[in-house]
Design a protein around this ligand. Structure first.
Ligand code: CA
Length: 716
């Protein structure tokens, strides 16, 4: 009788107390070897596949099983989800695709029909990092701020919920997470001026269960939570709440079901410049913080601020990994992150206690993190008021959204890291004008005085190549030091996957998908795919066969802004799936773009200089620094005569709005648009002259610039 009673109790109470069957499947995702059920594979987000069929010994016979064209040429950042043989992924413009995991057959696709004009609010391309799935429901966040539930077997819409105030420049690029039968989503937009928050919606009907604001709002109104009352004490003045303050939760989350804690990564301040944002000082909570929330109620539990009073776009939205590791003879439940600011953090995830922090790339804004106070110790380089500073890392970060991977055999964290720098600049008399365009509280006029702007365009390339570099760092979180590294040709590369068989997979900016030995970084296999890869790979199994999947599509923040000569961009966006002895051929077309002879510059030096300032404010985010792109969005130096003739109709008339190129008539008058045009023509002529010079002159010049560039880089 007792046994029967206990059995009944077990049947009734265990499922109830641990949530639904579908929720239980997500909690047990690690044991579900064949599938990739949530964004980082498991709630711990470690991106380690337990599959072991593909090994260092046989990976040389890895080949393409199938590929699927997404129909776009822009950035692809999604981490696919795989459930019982179906692979779900997203493309540009928040489109969703469901393919048969074995054959690649398209089962259904869904286009949320986002207005292309909304792209003007996206700092970093119209990307999407993937879907979330529970039971037979699938969820996608859209670039125009909606969260949509679909039937995962048919692709039909179940509900469609607007999660933002659409009078403000919010966007969604991050993947939702499903926890406790709610779907959780944040948003982006801090570069344009928004207030950050994260919300939980009921999976069944899309009704909101809770919302956690990350920064305080208008002080005349009541605080939304006790946490906001606490945070408000760390802000001063009125600019922050009028502009929004920032703190957007645009990518990382992780969940510990035992603690029922949801960890969110919080973004940078809006505007970046803290002296404008909060003129009386203060840490500006919860900017650049990891915040632990009660996953059921959304209430604040603890926080750790990586960059108090952020001044540089140092988001803490980077990938969060949970693991149980042995530290000084004791098993600890830790949380690890390598945010943009360049430090690798290990903390106790039960209470937020900082265990250790060490810089993983060269940094100049701080000397170290004081473990007693948990605070970074800033250097003189941190204050750029009236005195431009060259600071490491750049706003691109020592690490951006590309996911890391943690291998519990090797004990190493693999970081898709970047070494870079930027000039931060605000003159004392700088006047900040709030406005919903790229607006970070830096002085674009003064950008013309930076050492980079003074360089000849053909010298800038080699200098930046030496200063802006990409690598994989195999990081030992116990010793807090680098074990080994893999250097890349480009700064911007793919996210990472590791396997139980000690392999490491990554795509790169030069268009290769590569397998490495996870114990030492030795390159074991590669496949040229004809397009730069930034997305993270995943692995799954169907009918006893292991597959590796990755999306190829150059773009994203760096892909648009910062043209790198070695990067391959503008190729067809694709989902690529590999298996042992796969023999599908990938059609790879060389991207040939002859430069048409540009018209002559007719404006004077002042017009070109003014055009450069306006270009940096309004055009650079999509068309690239120096009007040079990697082919994802039109390289304006290659403009046809027809486009030159219609320049004003395009830029101010908005005739290409349906493609996403909206009218800039509200910020550029006729003369200003002409100045921007003159700047672009000047950049085109600079490239034309370089390309037309005899080969031996060009080669000698390039060689010289490369050497001078390397030398110049040493002094920065
Ligand atoms: Ca940012």
């Amino acid at each position: 009788m007792h046994r029967l009673f206990s059995f009944i109790l077990f049947v009734i109470f265990i499922p109830l107390s641990f949530g639904s069957e579908d929720q239980q499947r997500l909690i047990n995702a690690d044991a579900d070897k064949a599938n990739w059920l949530s964004h980082g594979r498991t709630y711990s987000e470690n991106r380690q596949s337990p599959l072991e069929q593909i090994t260092a010994d046989n990976v040389s016979s890895l080949g393409l099983a199938w590929y699927f064209d997404t129909g776009t040429h822009r950035g692809l950042e999604a981490s696919p989800i795989v459930v019982d043989g179906i692979i779900y992924t997203t493309g540009s413009w928040s489109k969703v695709f469901a393919n048969n995991g074995v054959t690649g057959e398209l089962l259904w696709s869904f286009d949320p029909q986002v207005p292309k004009a909304w792209a003007i609010n996206a700092c970093c391309d119209v990307v999407n990092r993937g879907v979330a799935v529970i039971g037979d429901q699938l969820f996608v966040g859209t670039i125009d701020g909606r969260l949509i539930a679909l039937d995962r077997l048919t692709g039909e819409v179940i509900w469609d919920q607007l999660t933002i105030d659409n009078t403000k420049p919010y966007t969604i690029t991050g993947a939702p997470r499903v926890v406790n039968d709610t779907v959780i989503i944040g948003n982006g937009g801090a570069e344009y001026g928004v207030r950050g928050y994260v919300s939980a919606y009921d999976v069944k009907d899309g009704s909101m269960r809770w919302r956690f604001y990350t920064v305080p709002g208008n002080p005349a109104l009541p605080h939304e939570s006790a946490a906001m009352a606490m945070a408000a004490k760390t802000w001063t003045g009125d600019v922050f709440w009028q502009v929004g303050g920032g703190g957007t939760v645009w990518d990382s989350m992780a969940y510990d079901p035992d603690l029922d804690l949801l960890y969110i990564g919080v973004g940078n301040g809006s505007p970046w410049n803290r002296y404008i944002r909060s003129p009386g000082g203060g840490d500006n909570l919860f900017l650049s913080s990891i915040v632990a929330l009660n996953a059921t109620t959304g209430e604040y539990v603890w926080h750790y601020q990586t960059t108090p009073a952020d001044n540089w776009d140092y988001t803490a939205t980077q990938h969060i990994v949970l693991a149980d590791i042995e530290l000084r003879g004791e098993k600890r439940k830790v949380l690890m992150q390598a945010p943009k600011n360049g430090f690798f953090y290990v903390m106790d995830r039960t209470n937020g206690e900082l265990i250790s922090a060490q810089n993983y790339v060269p940094i100049s804004w701080a000397s170290h993190v004081d473990i007693e106070t948990g605070r970074p110790v800033e250097t003189e380089n941190a204050d750029y008021r009236g005195d431009p500073q060259i600071t490491k890392p750049a706003p691109f970060g020592g690490h951006n959204w590309q996911p890391m991977a943690f291998n519990d055999n090797t004990g190493l964290m693999y970081i898709p890291a970047m070494e870079n720098l930027s000039v931060y600049n605000t003159p004392q008399e700088f006047e900040y004008l709030p406005g919903g365009h790229w607006n970070t509280g830096q002085d674009d006029k003064a950008a013309g005085d930076s050492p980079f702007a003074q360089m000849d365009a053909s010298m800038l390339g080699p200098v930046l190549k030496h200063l802006m570099r990409g690598r994989v760092i195999a990081w030992d979180p116990v010793k807090q030091q680098e074990a080994w590294r893999i250097e890349h040709e480009t700064m911007w590369n793919g996210g990472l996957l590791t396997t139980k068989s000690d392999l490491l997979f990554q795509g790169n900016g030069t268009g290769e998908f590569v397998a490495y030995d996870a114990t030492n970084g030795e390159r074991l296999w590669d496949h040229y795919v004809g397009n730069g890869i930034i997305a993270p790979p995943v692995s799954y199994e169907v009918d006893g066969e292991q597959y590796i999947a990755v999306m190829a599509g150059w773009g994203g923040a760096v892909g648009l802004v910062f043209a790198q000569p070695e990067a391959i961009g503008g190729g067809p966006g694709r989902l690529l799936v590999y298996k042992l002895n796969g023999d599908t051929q990938l059609p790879v077309e060389p991207i040939v773009r002859p430069l048409p002879q540009p018209p002559a510059v007719t404006g004077d030096e002042a017009a070109v200089a003014n055009g450069q300032v306006l270009y940096l404010q309004h055009c650079m985010r999509c068309h690239g620094i120096g009007a040079a792109s990697n082919g994802v969005i039109a390289d304006l130096r290659y403009m046809s005569q027809g486009s030159h003739d219609m320049f004003d109709e395009i830029v101010r008339g908005g005739i290409f709005s349906p493609l996403g190129m909206v009218s800039f008539a509200d910020v550029l008058d006729e003369q200003q648009a002409k100045d921007v045009h003159q700047y672009i023509i000047a950049m085109a002529n600079s490239k034309w002259e370089h390309d037309q010079s005899p080969a031996w002159v060009r080669d000698t010049k390039d060689w010289l610039f490369d050497k001078v560039g390397a030398a110049a880089a040493l002094f920065m």
